[in-house]
Design a protein. Structure first.
Length: 253
């Protein structure tokens, strides 16, 4: 039948198959040989100079000393602890980690983990009262914190929220997910959750347990930092920002 393709002999098919298998074996053995040569030459080993070890040790030691010094300093203060009492509100605050904390002491990393700030630009809601601000003052080189409006809280809940359900991090896509966990506490939808968090309601801690850590992005990319010499003001400043925390969120949301 001229409409059908011509038949190929079985010997030719076997020859093609054997050639393909041989080419695959040769490619894999070549990769294995190249990897073995790199190991023999020591190309896969990263060598650290003694100066790098000294620098890392000094960074770790200085961060530990600075944390202990700030703890002693702010534990003694009863009146002036860096934030005027008139600025302290009864609404929710927001904390963002702005430092990568390379080679810092274990005390610093453990304190940041207690706040659920595991990576740079991780963020969480918190109650910014006087004891909490005193504690955050000891970590000011690594975090930025301040107050945000109800509109920002609502946008974070609707756009960027992930919840923890049975140890699994899931995006918040439906009001039924909130009603299933917090329905007994009269929190049935995203708007209820946002208003309860903003006003620091009776079940504020239960709401925070539901929410996972916010993984935000930097408003200034690595390309802009390296080649355009742009700087992230929040990352450079850190510490207590008050109402200026809203400006940071506007660049991200």
């Amino acid at each position: 039948d001229p409409s059908q393709p011509p038949l190929i002999s079985e010997t030719l098919l076997k020859k093609r198959r054997s050639l393909d298998e041989l080419a695959y074996i040769r490619s894999t053995t070549l990769q294995r040989q190249n990897k073995k040569k790199r190991v023999i030459r020591g190309e896969n080993i990263k060598i650290k100079r003694p100066e790098q070890y000294v620098k890392e040790f000094r960074t770790r030691d200085s961060s530990k000393k600075m944390l202990n010094r700030r703890k002693r300093e702010f534990s003694r203060r009863t009146v002036n602890f860096g934030v005027p009492r008139a600025e302290i509100r009864s609404t929710v605050g927001f904390i963002i980690r702005v430092h990568e904390c390379r080679h810092t002491s274990k005390e610093v990393t453990n304190s940041l983990r207690e706040l659920k700030l595991f990576h740079i630009h991780d963020a969480v809601f918190t109650k910014l009262d006087e004891p909490r601000i005193k504690y955050l003052k000891t970590l000011e080189p690594y975090i930025a914190y301040g107050y945000i409006s109800f509109k920002a809280v609502s946008e974070l809940i609707h756009r960027r929220t992930f919840i923890q359900e049975k140890g699994v991090r899931k995006p918040l896509t439906d009001n039924l997910m909130i009603e299933k966990i917090l329905g007994k506490k009269n929190i049935l939808c995203c708007n209820d959750l946002a208003s309860h968090i903003y006003s620091i309601g009776e079940h504020f801690n239960d709401c925070l347990k539901l929410l996972s850590t916010y993984q935000l992005s930097s408003p200034v990319s690595d390309y802009e930092k390296k080649y355009l010499n742009m700087k992230d003001e929040i990352e450079a400043r850190g510490g207590y920002l008050g109402d200026k925390m809203e400006e940071f969120l506007k660049k991200i949301l």
